[in-house]
Design a protein. Structure first.
Length: 528
């Protein structure tokens, strides 16, 4: 039914006295998850379209036709713009516009890097400027998000090539804070600026951390000669992020007019500062907090979700980061947890004082009960997992596997040693294609040394055989672990390691127990 038919039917029902309300305005736009799927589909469509163009017009890519290729790419973007303006409400046209424009952008990027080379700064500058223009003029929400993201990355690479390391974080943070917290000044431009702020948030999280291919991006610039800005620009970026974080807290206290906020404003600012400083060791966490709180403050669920997901990912990255010892990370995470708990208790105390002063009473019995139950459940879950692992280490079947040579440059790193087992080579020599998850059946010989027999989808080992659970991740076969942890300063002891001792459960799960030398003597226990 059309909108006109709906309105006519509604008016007839209203005249009959069956309805007493006016008809709601038609809802425009798409749900966020539909837009997300359309975005990924647009990427694939752009790649297929580029493949078609590359196949049909091979001479554009093979010979020195950079100017013609740039012209064709810009023409694709212009055509996409005109098509979108003519059909602004069509979902299909919006998808076609996204694919066409992305194809044009890929053609322009291909030509620029072919013309200037990857090491030339002008390629990044021109590409960033091109993306900035598209972000401003293209009337497509997702297109503006992607163009902003691509443009910020290009400008960041340009700054890195100029030797201005880390300044991209400061610039993007300033733009993001300015556009979000001063949004009332340009409310009439919200259709244009809202997707741009989302693209800035995504870019900020990426360039201020190792996530979203941040490590790969930074690897392009490690050969550049250091400068003064090379040393101090990262600290400038951190300072700008921290100042933006404080500015956000001040903005919140001013807008919501908390009771007693004028008297206790400095207390809240101090708590925010402590929280921000405590989050600095986890790279990118402060920027994620800025995005999360901004999303909550502006009631933009996409920003809030992006900030929350990035916070969880940064905590996970930090926990598995091997540049610091597990003890150091555990101490820091414990301190960070106590800081959060202290801030919560102090804020609750201030709220109680304000409630008593105003004659209001609040009850937090339910909140406290839920917090206690949640804490007990977490403690029980963690201890149950520890109990199962300790039981496996004490009662599991012992299996010894021979170690394989490892690149000596990455053999010892910090307080752990990379491991590779010879049985993996035996498996691939026997069978090139194996399932991503399954069991390796080994026979036990003298000293419980395991030798490969077969690969199985199920745990169906016979007598004198043991099934070892394996998983293939990133094209690498993994057992319980590919690393052996030891105390700092004891790396020399494990130079002669030849065997790894595992404890295996009846379900095939296994844990690394210790390392042995050539004479089957224990060198040390695994102590992660």
């Amino acid at each position: 039914m059309t909108q006109q038919t709906n309105t006519s039917l509604w008016n007839r029902l209203q005249n009959k006295g069956l309805l007493d309300r006016t008809i709601a305005e038609p809802v425009s736009g798409n749900l966020w998850y539909i837009s997300l799927m359309q975005g990924f589909a647009g990427w694939f469509a752009a790649l297929f379209m580029l493949g078609f163009v590359g196949t049909a017009f091979t001479w554009l890519f093979r010979y020195d036709n950079e100017i013609l290729l740039i012209t064709a790419g810009i023409a694709a973007s212009v055509g996409a713009y005109l098509l979108q303006r003519a059909n602004p409400q069509s979902v299909f046209i919006g998808q076609l516009v996204l694919a066409t424009s992305l194809c044009g952008q890929l053609m322009v990027a291909w030509a620029l890097f072919d013309l200037f080379d990857f090491k030339e700064i002008y390629a990044y500058l021109f590409l960033g400027s091109y993306q900035a223009v598209l972000a401003l003029i293209m009337p497509n929400y997702l297109h503006r998000v992607l163009s902003t993201w691509f443009g910020v990355l290009a400008f960041s690479w340009y700054l890195h090539r100029m030797g201005i390391f880390g300044m991209g974080t400061a610039v993007v943070t300033g733009l993001f804070t300015l556009l979000c917290l001063r949004s009332e000044r340009w409310a009439s431009k919200s259709y244009t600026l809202e997707p741009i702020t989302l693209g800035l948030a995504l870019s900020l999280i990426q360039i201020s951390s190792h996530s979203f291919f941040g490590s790969e991006i930074m690897s392009f610039h490690r050969q550049a000669s250091p400068s003064i800005l090379h040393v101090y620009a990262p600290y400038i970026g951190i300072t700008v992020v921290g100042m933006s974080y404080l500015f956000l807290i001040i903005k919140i206290t001013q807008q919501y007019h908390f009771e007693g906020a004028q008297q206790r404003k400095w207390v809240y600012l101090l708590l925010a500062t402590v929280f921000g400083v405590a989050s600095l060791p986890i790279q990118g966490l402060t920027a994620s907090l800025l995005v999360l709180i901004t999303g909550i403050f502006l009631q933009r669920i996409t920003l809030a979700a992006l900030g929350f997901i990035s916070i969880v990912s940064f905590f996970s990255w930090y926990y598995y980061n091997l540049s610091e010892t597990l003890l150091t990370k555990s101490i820091y995470l414990a301190i960070f947890g106590f800081v959060l708990l202290g801030i919560l208790l102090l804020v609750k105390k201030l709220a109680k004082v304000e409630a008593d002063a105003s004659g209001k009473r609040t009850t937090n019995i339910r909140f406290g009960f839920i917090a206690i139950i949640s804490t007990l459940l977490c403690i029980c879950a963690v201890n149950w997992d520890i109990y199962k692992k300790e039981r496996l280490l004490s009662e599991g079947q012992e299996v010894v596997l021979k170690l394989a040579p490892v690149d000596p440059r990455s053999l010892m790193q910090g307080d752990y040693m990379r491991l590779r087992f010879a049985i993996v080579t035996d498996v691939y020599n026997h069978q090139r294609e194996i399932p991503d998850d399954g069991f390796i059946i080994v026979a036990l010989e003298k000293n419980n040394l395991g030798t490969f027999i077969r690969v199985s989808d199920e745990n169906n080992s016979d007598s004198n055989e043991v099934a070892l659970r394996y998983r293939v991740r990133d094209n690498q076969m993994r057992f319980a672990t590919n690393a052996f942890f030891f105390e700092e300063g004891s790396a020399k002891r494990y130079d002669n390691a030849q065997y790894g001792v595992f404890k295996v459960g009846t379900d095939g799960e296994l844990l690394l127990h210790s390392l042995l030398n050539r004479e089957m003597q224990t060198l040390g226990l695994n102590t992660p």
